[in-house]
Design a protein around this ligand. Structure first.
Ligand SMILES: [Zn+2]
Ligand SMILES: [Zn+2]
Length: 279
């Protein structure tokens, strides 16, 4: 499989000269199978450029939404394949206790917040609610579960014949733990991430920032490194960078975290445009 980062920023798109290397677009990751299956993890603003890169002949795309916070759906209406009448777009994402997935998305993708109704888009749209048991899309076997982040939020474990990756862009596994990490059994997201070849994980805050933001649903870099170590992953991508963290800040935060944690896994900074072939 091939993994491409199209948007790595958390919370709010943050373009500008000081964020040009890590990128300003919000969460969007493409996972391309050797059989040609295309998975899109979240529909942040990065999805617009991903859409431009897809061949016009592609007939099916699968979007896996972790949750419906704006930074994960804001690009959806700008995903070009939705305007292709010959394309099928399958969207997985969580319902709430009172609204189904389509209704929740329609709250944003309708006037006055967006000029077009979902139902008026020419492509064929299919909605699938998560969490649900495991399911297969092309060569991928996908496991999903609720994780510690509000409104509700799922994480995805994606297994292909050549590699396994886990996507946990918004995740606060340290919430409620007196001392983090606890054992795997008591840690949110552990079962999804365990022994993955590649873990893409929330690394939004510094230690100091986290102290005043407990319960906001995100991890400090230190927590993210500890979670990756607990799960025994082969490689780790710090992701969902805080809008206030410039390229220079991120360079030093990640370097300091590596120096402190001395990880046994590889660390690949989550930079927009990065391509990985795990396994
Ligand atoms: Zn987010
Ligand atoms: Zn969120």
């Amino acid at each position: 499989m091939k993994v491409t980062l199209w948007g790595t920023r958390g919370s709010l798109a943050s373009p500008g000269p000081e964020t040009a290397r890590y990128g300003g677009n919000t969460s969007c990751v493409e996972v391309r199978g050797d059989d040609g299956t295309v998975l899109v993890l979240d529909a942040g603003t990065g999805i617009r450029r991903l859409g431009l890169s897809l061949p016009r002949s592609l007939r099916r795309v699968n979007i896996l939404l972790t949750h419906l916070h704006m930074d994960h759906i804001q690009g959806l209406g700008f995903f070009g394949i939705l305007r292709n009448p010959q394309a099928e777009v399958h969207i997985w994402g969580p319902a709430s206790t009172t609204l189904d997935l389509r209704s929740r998305l329609t709250r944003y993708l309708s006037p006055p917040l967006f000029p077009v109704h979902l139902r008026d888009l020419p492509s064929a749209l299919f909605f699938h609610e998560v969490p649900r048991g495991e399911f297969d899309v092309g060569e991928f076997h996908i496991t999903n579960a609720l994780v510690c982040h509000p409104d509700p939020t799922v994480g995805y474990r994606i297994e292909a014949p050549d590699a396994t990756i886990t996507y946990l862009p918004d995740h606060e596994p340290a919430l409620g733990a007196q001392k983090f990490p606890l054992s795997g059994d008591w840690t949110s997201g552990y079962k999804l991430a365990v022994e993955s070849d590649l873990l893409i994980h929330d690394a939004q805050f510094t230690d100091d920032e986290y102290k005043t933001r407990v319960g906001w649903g995100h991890s400090s870099l230190a927590h993210a490194f500890e979670f990756a170590a607990l799960a025994g992953v082969k490689s780790f991508v710090p992701f969902h960078h805080d809008p206030a963290h410039t390229d220079d800040v991120l360079d030093s935060l990640i370097k300091d975290s590596i120096d402190l944690a001395q990880p046994r896994f590889a660390v690949m900074p989550g930079m927009e445009g990065a391509v990985f072939e795990p396994g």
